[in-house]
Design a protein around this ligand. Structure first.
Ligand code: GLN
Length: 315
């Protein structure tokens, strides 16, 4: 029997190499986060303990996690959490993994509403709830509500809201803004009773990948899990990918954007704002759509990579 224990640094190097070969852009960080999780440590604690010998059970647990990463599963799903705006959000395959560039939308929202106490904010296509919950966390005076078409996503959003906020916020199943704009009871009634007036801000990070981008993504995912084994092991080897519902925006990627813009004005107060995330190549078109729908003072904000990312306008 081999009694020599592997030390963390060696196990880490070996896993980094394998993860790199599988196409990850951040192989060392991936391996580090997975090993820290297997050892029950934070990343910072692990830095100080890379010479530690590892128990066999820890190595086995780590290898299971690395296997999932090698099959293309996002690190956030494996760890079950993702940082966003300084908060740790629970995530799994039912929701999109919050992206750092989406933090820009929160920044812009806070700036626009800096002088509006008790603003009413609705986050549409909320997924994990990251945008709405970050806003509610930053501004305890805001009345924030969340909606998504996916009841599964809303379970995660509810969990995050309960964990991260010290107040309860309304979370409702709705296809885009349909249940707010159409005046449908009881959701509409509950909101107006609770809030007294329409929204000062609608935020939305809709699905905005084009059909071609979706196909490319699916191709990459298929590659990352070939060769497919057959038999009972096969199901366990299918990677957990992000939900198509959260990504697929139709032919030009703007199906969802159209839907949100068409219905938004009916839900908003005068002087209210709308903020939508989109891809750089779509930004100008989204701004035009806002203008055509009757929004004024439209603008486009660039993210830290210089890409046009957030499009906004006033009602
Ligand atoms: N609002 C969530 C996010 O920004 C989910 C977005 C989506 O599912 N398209 O991450």
């Amino acid at each position: 029997m081999n009694t020599r224990k592997d030390e963390a640094a060696r196990v880490l190097r070996n896993a980094t190499r394998r993860i790199e070969q599988s196409g990850s852009d951040t192989p060392y960080l991936d391996a580090l986060l997975l090993l820290a999780s297997a050892m029950g440590l934070t990343r910072e604690q692990l830095y100080a303990r890379t010479r530690d010998p590892l128990e066999e059970t820890t190595v086995r647990c780590f290898e299971t996690l690395v296997g999932r990463r090698l099959r293309g599963e996002p690190i956030a799903y494996i760890l079950g959490r993702q940082e966003f705006y300084g908060l740790s959000f629970a995530v799994d395959r039912r929701v999109l993994v919050p992206r750092p560039e989406t933090e820009l939308l929160v920044d812009v929202a806070l700036r626009l509403l800096a002088n509006r106490p008790c603003a009413r904010v609705h986050d549409c296509c909320t997924g994990s709830g990251c945008i709405g919950i970050a806003l509610a966390h930053e501004r305890p005076d805001f009345f924030v509500s969340l909606s998504d078409i996916s009841p599964e996503a809303l379970e995660i959003a509810r969990k995050n809201a309960d964990r991260l906020l010290d107040r309860e916020i309304p979370i409702v199943e709705s296809n885009f803004l349909d249940r707010l704009a159409a005046g449908e009871a009881p959701w509409r009634r509950e909101l107006s009773e609770r809030y007294g007036r329409p929204f000062d801000l609608i935020t939305c990070n809709p699905p905005y990948l084009t059909t071609a981008e979706m196909q490319e993504l699916r191709g990459e995912q298929a590659l990352s899990c070939t060769p497919f084994p057959s038999g009972p092991a096969a199901a366990a080897r299918v990677p957990a990918t992000e939900p198509a519902l959260a990504l697929d925006g139709g032919r030009d990627g703007l199906d969802a954007v159209h839907r949100v813009i068409q219905t938004a004005l009916a839900t908003m107060s005068k002087n209210g704002y709308i903020l939508i995330e989109a891809a750089d190549a779509q930004a100008q078109r989204v701004e035009q759509l806002l203008q055509t729908a009757g929004f004024t003072e439209t603008f486009i904000e660039r993210d830290l990579s210089g890409l046009r990312r957030v499009i906004g306008g006033a009602a």
